[in-house]
Structures are given as C-alpha cells and as structure tokens.
Design a protein around this ligand. Structure first.
Ligand code: ZN
Length: 282
C-alpha cells in the first residue's frame, strides 16, 4: 500500500493538472467503489488536492471533497490531449489505454481531460464528504501528520508510554497514532535509530525516543525526495518507478549484508514482514 511519500508524490503530480478544472460528469463502471451522492460534485470546481495520512483529498468549491483511498491496488490516471499522469499500483493497466478492464470510475473534467480510477482487487474507495465530515473522519481515524508541529518528541514519548503492551513497530504503524507511516518507513526508521522493532514501546529511553523521532522524519523525507519506493506495486505519478528502494537499509533485504557486515534478518511481527539487523538494533 502506498505510504506517505508515495501518496505525496501522486498528489504532487496531479496538482498542476486538476486545480481549476470543474467536474463535468462522472461515469461508474463499478458503483460500489463510490460512496456518496455524485450530484454534490458535478459542476464543481477543484480548488485543491492534498494528502492526509494515506488519503488523497480533492477539495471542491462547494465545501465538498472527493476522498480517495487507493488501498492495495488503486491507480489514478489523468489524461488529456497532451499529458498522461499515472500513479499507484504498477500492474499493466496503469500503462495501457484507459478505460480498461480495471477502470472503475471516470471523472470528466471541464478542460477536456479525464481522471480514471482503476482498482484491480477493488479494496479502494472514493467517498464524497463535506469539509466538516472530512475533519471529523480524519481526526477520528488518524493521528498527527509526521511533518506537523503536533508530532514531536514529547508526543512520540507519550504514545510509547501509553501503549505499554505494544512493541514499538506497532506504535509507528498505527494510523490512529501517527498518520502515513506503513511497513517500509517503520522498518527503515527503526534501523536508522538502532532500535529492535520488537522492543516494548514503554522500554525506550528518552535518548532512543529522540533518535527514533529524527529517524522517522529522515526516512520519510528521503522517501518523498526519491518519489516513493517502487517495490511490488507502486509507481509514481509519471508511471515511473520511485527510487527509494535503492536507499533501503533493511526493508526487503533479508539475508543481505548490513553496512556493519552482519546479515539483515526477517521476522514476522504484528503479522507483517519485519526486517532488522540484530547487530545494529539491539
Ligand atoms: Zn548492522
């Protein structure tokens, strides 16, 4: 599933093409992927497109929003006469002519372009929500954004202490505690901070919390800079692979050499593949 850097990249890519356009009409090839009343968005101008956690939020002039969650296999493709911007799951349907077998929803835009929503396994959703409903939903479901003032060392220390029975990796990936960090960036941040992913979160010292805080921001910033990681299923807004995977220290590197000379180990933790260096992260 795309995490903060991957979603940020798609949003950045679509921005220049969507803002200022009106939604002229909408066509459903799978009505179930759409929740809400389409009449509320037709004829409305797009004011902004932004990311919150792993969501893509298209803000309209009438205080309504199109809230897109790509989940495992969602794709967004914008196409007009001269441009094609495509991001999300990297199956071939992202690159071939649209609409295709995986196209579920098509938005017609006033500038003549179209925005296609593809979804292979149909886990993703598009919801129509008012501004206050978006606020309510995001406040309920998501913790602070890692790059916001709300997320700081004190906050990280507080949630680590409060959730005593959890291991630290679980805390990092809990969307209700920190928004946008998934398996890739949790693994990488814990490596950078030299912390064993299975450590009980309450056992972390102040110094370790401080290193981990810096490591989370460092790994996410690198991810954004590299336009996300293209591993298994994600490509950026230009349909190209992001390059974060070239900078992985441990993620997806089981049995490979760590910088220290030791071997990266893979275990299952909280039901997810977890990569770490036993020598560097004790
Ligand atoms: Zn190591």
């Amino acid at each position: 599933m795309p995490e903060l850097p991957e979603v940020e990249t798609i949003v950045g890519g679509l921005k220049g093409f969507l803002i200022g356009q009106k939604i002229s009409s909408i066509k459903f090839l799978d009505r179930k992927r759409f929740v809400g009343d389409e009449k509320k968005i037709i004829g409305q101008k797009i004011l902004d497109i932004k990311r919150r956690a792993k969501l893509i939020i298209i803000k309209l002039e009438n205080n309504q929003n199109i809230v897109i969650h790509l989940k495992m296999t969602g794709q967004l493709i914008f196409k007009d006469k001269t441009h094609r911007i495509a991001g999300g799951h990297q199956s071939r349907e992202l690159f071939i002519e649209v609409p295709n077998i995986h196209t579920r929803i098509i938005f017609d835009l006033s500038g003549g372009g179209k925005l296609f929503y593809n979804d292979l396994i149909r886990y993703g959703t598009i919801r129509v929500l008012k501004d206050d409903e978006v606020d309510k939903m995001t406040k309920g479901e998501f913790g602070p954004e890692p790059f916001s003032d709300e997320f700081n060392k004190e906050y990280l220390s507080m949630i680590a202490q409060k959730n005593k029975s959890s291991n630290i990796k679980k805390i990092l990936m809990d969307q209700a505690l920190i928004a946008g960090v998934g398996n890739i960036y949790a693994n990488e941040a814990l490596y950078l901070a030299g912390i064993d992913p299975s450590r009980k979160s309450a056992s972390l010292s102040e110094g370790e919390i401080s290193s981990l805080y810096n490591a989370i921001l460092q790994s996410l910033k690198l991810g954004v800079k590299q336009q996300g990681a293209s591993i298994r299923n994600y490509v950026n807004h230009e349909g190209k692979k992001g390059t974060m995977q070239n900078y992985f220290k441990v993620y997806d590197k089981a049995g490979q050499k760590c910088d220290c000379g030791g071997l990266v180990k893979k275990i299952q933790l909280n039901g997810r593949g977890t990569y770490y260096c036993p020598a560097c992260q004790s």
